[in-house]
Design a protein around this ligand. Sequence first.
Ligand code: URP
Ligand code: ZN
Ligand code: ZN
Ligand code: ZN
Length: 482
Amino acid sequence: MTLVIKGGTIVTADLTYKADILIDGERIAEIGQDLEGDEVIDASGAYVMPGGIDPHTHMEMPFMGTHSADDFDSGTAAALAGGTTMTVDFALPSPGQGLVDTAQAWFQKAGPARTDYSFHMGITWWGEQVFDEMPKVVEKGINSFKHFMAYKGALMVNDDELFASFTRCAEIGALPLVHAENGDVVAALQQKLMDVGQTGPEAHAYSRPPEVEGEAVNRAIMLADQAGVPLYVVHTSCEQAHEAIRRARQKGMRVYGEPLIQHLVLDESEYQNPDWQHAARRVMSPPFRDKANQDSLWAGLSAGSLQVVATDHCAFTDEQKRMGVGDFRKIPNGTGGLEDRLSVLWTKGVRTGRLTMNEFVAVTSTNIAKILNIYPRKGAILVGAEADLIVFDPAATKTITAARQHSVIEYNVFEGIEVTGLPVVTLSRGRVAYRDGEVRAETGDGRFVERPADAPASRALSTWKELVAPRKVERSGIPAGV
Ligand code: URP
Ligand code: ZN
Ligand code: ZN
Ligand code: ZN
């Protein structure tokens, strides 16, 4: 069976042009004029773009005494409805658990996924077994390792562990990721606030100021530079963090920054809402920031100092959030956003002129495909690429509401925002996965995407580091007998 998308305007990270796309099976077979196929999707008046790739989601994540509420089934249904065709989740070892074992558990867990998917492997503890198993999970197609510099007493690792793991990543051609907040300072600030009776959700934000994030980003950059490995900073939320990334990149370091759609449009005033539940629903780490930070993040996306917009989709129900009544430290950290990332970014980014359409494609799909070493299999509209595509109607509108979302939680942090520009058809490997409000992909249609090690940037950096490595000086004239 062949399928042709006719009459649309193709928008990629570097081009905008009118052409039809012929899909044969799972891949793009031809791009050109007046193509014919067994089936036709009319894209007149619409843009045809690569499906979104969200490199930061947490489905059914074991965290803070519970599990995030969306599983791979509901979470990836939300993704497809929002034009995202691939998600990258986090496989997180429990204390002492091996990486191969953990990967196996996450392969099981992801079975019901409707989108294609991949994992970052968590480095949540350090030891010989972890060191030995890192190349084994790379062989399985997982080429990135996530480190938490926060969540003291749980997921957090220390500097010596970070440096050991970053060094190992350099050896095996893998990419380290960091959640960058100074976990020791956060823990101390949390205690200080609790001691004076500041127990509400606003204290969550007070305990995690931007300085705490900026310091950790600077530290992670230094550690990665010394280890000779690129670095990917997840949920870059503030100017302090962005400034560190910007400065590192100007010095030639290979550092990537990922703002979330939440931090681009929502701000810390949400935590001042007198309704406890309203504020608790928005508790995530890093917290929403003072509005001034948003200009910095938007500027980073257009200037190229920040490369990717993600969601960190980690949804908790109201009942789960209520675990933290009387103690903000117990409110499960996380918000949703998978279904809304593209439409909100288009509305607040492209329609306002902060981003071009091509930059929109770059930051929602193409850049991360390159960083994760799956380009042009994913993130591209090229002959031979997998046909993960969206037909995007720039005139379609809706008001975001939890009442019509695919996530299982009962609220949406973007509730009431009117968006213009929506995916009307989502194709996953050539099949219609979502069309006109209906998710058509079945539970389990998604497939694991293997990501090889040695991405071009990793290879280039290790070549350079080898070239400039300190060299022993061969000497003559050493006094005899000494
Ligand atoms: O609050 C958040 N971001 N929850 C998910 C876990 C993480 O830190 O990414
Ligand atoms: Zn569990
Ligand atoms: Zn995080
Ligand atoms: Zn996360």
